[in-house]
Ligand binder design. Structure first.
Ligand SMILES: C=CC1=C(C)c2cc3[nH]c(cc4nc(cc5[nH]c(cc1n2)c(C)c5CCC(=O)O)C(CCC(=O)O)=C4C)c(C)c3C=C
Ligand code: FE2
Length: 499
């Protein structure tokens, strides 16, 4: 019997980073191979609805709706779950094909490979979840990780800078003394692991209160517990549906993107994982619960000033190198600006009309980072006569070195020296009830979309063409050139001034 499924290609078919032609071609080849989808039909559909083209992309980055009809037998592989719940098919920044349901409150992507590439690589092969009857839901929280002791600092930095490896050693050794000083001043290590574990427990309880029994896992990118360990535990627990929730409200290729690349590789190389339905919440700064909680914290902290109306609200976000945004297509700056707009709109709706500004902190090394820089803006504001300032850490959801040392110590001192008289800082969200409840809602909303299936590319092919990987190679390649070309005198100036 024949029935028809309509797959719509919506305006969410948006390519945020330049994609090499090969990725697009491969996407269609895989669609054709796995779904029996006629390449021409799909091309035509997209081509017709295309509004705009970029030189490096074979088709548009924004398109209105286009649709493709398929007969049921031809989409056998996509329809393993016997549901036609896939709303749109998209290609994300890394060239990874995914099914992306329309979502308003946060950006959710689902992926689940229909092809099993190799199970020989895996030491513990677990039966694919489609054969397991009992539903087991997992939530994987992603974060960066931080050294727990001063001895951890250099190896942690090595992991952070580990691409390519020979340079990671050098850069981490140059950076370690300054980092160690920072970690020593906040008690000898990062509180990130402890706080993230507390958030995981609070999220589990919040989901239980919503009658959802879940296991919550923590996967850190550069320190314990590593993402890889969390994924091994997910396999051992035989999770049948997984929501991936990065603890970064805004997406950056340096944070969420980096963790997702690790996961993507693991999922493609493993039979169990490649058939596990997954939903990824790529960013969630636009969620009402998050925006309102941030506004609550700001409103409360403003009350501690002698003249709350005269306080400048100073949003300080973690920076990224400018080239990430301008060359590699990182949506981080756009999302950050949007996030500030939403928080300020919420404050205005409560009758709070303070001035505000946004600046970027924590730059590392000699390249240009997103501007304006927090330290420079603080000095300028002091010179302009601003007397009261409330710092709001906006890219972090937990207290860590950048809030406890950089903002509370370094920036506070600089602000006071620059003429600012009253200084305050909004606490990080940590386990604030309304924030955790909102994360629980985000998970609940994302879960149904995890049933969708899609295709994926082979890791070896992807690594060759991934624009992000190419960019990182280029970025660190530039650092090699920097070290090779500069004189020893300049290197020592670089060490003392910039690191
Ligand atoms: C949104 C959050 C973050 C972005 C964006 C980000 C980009 C980024 N960071 C570095 C270099 C370092 N980051 C370090 C620590 C660190 N960074 C974040 C968050 C973001 N980083 C966190 C949560 C932490 C851990 C903090 C802790 O308490 O341990 C460090 C080590 C600390 C230090 O020496 O300053 C470095 C170095 C780069 C290069 C980068 C973008 C490319
Ligand atoms: Fe960082």
């Amino acid at each position: 019997m024949e029935s028809t499924a309509i797959y719509t290609v919506s305006s969410r078919l948006k390519v945020s980073a330049p994609l090499p032609r090969n990725s697009i071609r491969r996407f269609f080849m895989l669609l054709e191979r796995d779904c029996g989808l006629a390449k021409e039909l799909f091309h035509t559909s997209i081509g017709r609805s295309c509004q705009r083209t970029r030189s490096h992309m074979p088709f548009c980055s924004h398109s209105p709706y286009g649709s493709v009809s398929l007969d049921k037998s031809s989409v056998r592989l996509l329809a393993v779950s016997s549901s036609f719940s896939i709303d749109s098919i998209s290609v994300n920044g890394s060239g990874f094909c995914s099914c992306q349901p329309e979502q308003k409150d946060n950006e959710v992507t689902t992926f689940c490979s229909t092809s099993i590439y190799s199970s020989a690589l895996n030491e513990d092969v677990v039966q694919a979840p489609s054969h397991v009857t009992e539903e087991k839901i997992g939530v994987l929280l992603l974060n960066l990780g931080g050294p727990e002791t001063l001895d951890d600092v250099q190896p942690f930095l090595y992991n952070l800078f580990a691409d390519p490896r020979p340079l990671a050693k050098l850069i981490s050794m140059l950076r370690a003394p300054k980092s160690k000083e920072g970690y020593a001043s906040i008690g000898g290590g990062s509180p990130l692991r402890k706080i993230t574990d507390e958030q995981a427990n609070a999220l589990k309880s919040a989901l239980e209160a919503k009658r959802k029994k879940v296991n919550v896992y923590v996967g850190m990118r550069y320190w314990y517990p590593f993402t890889e360990e969390a994924v091994h535990q997910i396999k051992r627990d035989k999770v049948t549906r997984l929501v991936i929730l990065p603890l970064y409200p805004q997406f950056s290729i340096s944070t969420t993107g980096s963790s997702l690349r690790v996961l993507q590789k693991m999922f493609r190389e493993d039979a169990y994982l490649s058939s596990l339905p997954v939903a990824i919440i790529r960013s969630w700064y636009q969620r009402e619960g998050y925006v309102k909680t941030m506004a609550d914290l700001i409103e409360e902290e403003l009350q501690s000033f002698p003249n709350p109306d005269e306080v400048m609200i100073f949003f300080s976000a973690h920076g990224v190198p400018l080239s990430y945004v301008e060359e590699a297509g990182d949506p981080y700056r756009d999302q950050m600006e949007d996030c500030i707009f939403l928080i300020m709109r919420e404050l205005k709706s409560r009758g709070i009309n303070n001035d505000h500004t946004l600046a970027y902190q924590s730059r590392v090394g000699p390249v240009q980072w997103l501007k304006p820089y927090t330290d420079e803006v603080l000095v300028e504001l002091g010179q302009k006569g601003v007397k009261s300032l409330l710092a709001v850490p906006v890219s972090f959801v937990s207290e860590h070195i950048e809030t406890l040392e950089e903002i509370d110590m370094e920036y506070k001192e600089l602000a006071l020296e620059s003429g600012i008289k009253n200084w305050g800082r909004v606490p990080a969200l940590n386990c604030t009830d309304s924030f955790i409840t909102d994360l629980a809602d985000a998970v609940t909303e994302a879960l149904p979309s995890a049933a969708a299936l899609s295709t994926s590319t082979r890791p070896s092919e992807e690594a060759d063409h991934d624009p992000v990987v190419s960019f990182i190679k280029f970025f660190f390649g530039s650092i090699v050139a920097f070290f090779l070309l500069l004189s020893p005198k300049m290197i020592s100036a670089f060490r003392s001034n910039l690191l």
